[in-house]
Design a protein around this ligand. Structure first.
Ligand code: SAH
Ligand code: SF4
Length: 365
């Protein structure tokens, strides 16, 4: 459990199994844990005042000892066609993060953050410009979902760790939060519809495979040639493409699941026939789905591929047996699209991988 400077215990940091012994420490019988957990995740209570299955004195005791909300909504922005809603939250220590709801047909995707900022400094990504400030606790991850659930027009069909941060560098809390969200006694969210997206932390992909976690994995490939990948994703210097692909093979052999490859298309940089051929080569024997995303960067050095090229690239992969989807830009004008999440944390300057690499062993991050 991450310590925070709150005076009360933050009960969203607790799994159901941890809630039972905790309520005992307050002098309650452990079966009360079920009522409390249901109150948190089925009734979506923000405190225990209305948990009428408990006596008034037990409710008061709980309210005195624990808190269920630490995120404060600072800003809510809705796109013109109302298919994207972005939330800016302030955390208990004043740092800020963002989360997004995306409506597309029957799909309702909650895009959540795993860290405040991100250290990995991918050149096309606005979150990378923040640097890394801290990991989110499992409760802070869960709370984003609870608060958005109360705001959403329809229930979420998918939860994706594609907001701020690199989830595999906060694996423990990301997994704990995912298990809590999927707890059948609580929100009971579908395990396979929770997707963890990584820029390619190869050892953590192996660890995830070994953990037997039932969630889905997306790998942000973004480049199929090492030289270019290193240029746009500095993490590739630590975990080169061949190592990354080996870890993906390991993940697949271990879990028997397919992975999703995310690939941003940058005009004339990674959208040529050579790139498409190399993509086919790299993904041979990998059961996968490919999501192509027109690059959303404000930086003129990273313009999106043309519509024709995007279609050509998608068809080329598709004709060679790869399930390929072009992700439409959603929430571009409100800066809620992939890679556009940014929270101004005033004077706080986050750490970047490039700072570390100057100091440390290149194989560690
Ligand atoms: N750190 C994780 C998850 C957060 S980023 C990761 O990198 O996978 C979520 C997705 O946004 C990634 O697939 C990333 O490649 C994509 N992304 C980042 N910047 C982007 C941009 N400018 N345009 C389109 N997609 C972008
Ligand atoms: Fe971090 Fe992902 Fe952005 Fe790269 S793309 S800087 S890993 S959030």
């Amino acid at each position: 459990m991450q310590t925070n400077n709150l005076t009360k215990k933050y009960l969203l940091d607790y799994s159901r199994e941890e809630v039972y012994p905790f309520v005992q420490t307050l002098g309650m019988e452990s079966y009360r844990g079920d009522q409390i957990f249901k109150g948190m995740y089925v009734q979506l209570l923000s405190d225990f005042t209305n948990l009428t299955t408990l006596s008034r004195s037990l409710r008061d005791k709980l309210n005195h000892a624990v808190t269920l909300r630490t995120l404060q909504l600072k800003e809510q922005t809705i796109s013109v066609n109302e298919d994207t809603v972005k939330f800016l939250w302030s955390l208990h220590d004043g740092l800020k993060i963002e989360s997004v709801i995306i409506y597309k047909g029957k799909r309702v995707t909650f895009c959540i953050s795993s860290q405040v900022g991100c250290a990995l400094d991918c050149k096309f990504c606005t979150t990378g410009k923040m640097g890394f400030l801290r990991n989110l606790s499992s409760g802070e991850i869960v709370e984003q979902v609870l608060l958005m659930k109360q705001k959403a027009k329809r229930p979420a069909t998918n939860i994706v760790f594609m907001g701020m941060g690199e989830p595999l560098l906060n694996l423990k809390n990301v997994l704990k939060a995912s298990y809590i969200l999927a707890d059948p006694e609580g929100l009971a969210f579908s395990q396979k519809r929770i997707t963890i997206s990584t820029s390619g932390i190869a050892p953590a992909i192996r660890k995830l495979a070994d953990s037997g976690a039932p969630f889905s994995l997306a790998v942000s490939l973004n480049a199929v040639f090492e030289e270019f990948r290193k240029k746009i994703m500095p993490i590739s210097k630590n975990f080169p493409l061949n190592l990354l692909m080996k870890s993906v093979h390991y993940y697949i052999s271990k879990t028997k699941k397919r992975v999703t490859f995310e690939y941003i298309l940058i005009r004339k940089k990674n959208d040529t026939k050579e790139d498409a051929d190399q993509f086919i080569k790299l993904t041979r024997d990998i059961p996968c789905k490919i999501n192509l995303i027109p690059c959303n960067s404000d930086d003129p050095a990273y313009p999106p591929s043309t519509t024709e090229t995007i279609q050509w690239f998608a068809d080329y992969l598709h004709d060679r047996g790869r399930t390929t989807i072009v992700r439409q830009r959603k929430g571009w004008e409100i800066k809620a699209a992939c890679g556009q999440l940014y929270a101004n944390n005033e004077t706080k300057i986050g750490k970047k991988i490039s700072d570390n690499m100057r100091k440390k062993d290149k194989n560690t991050i």
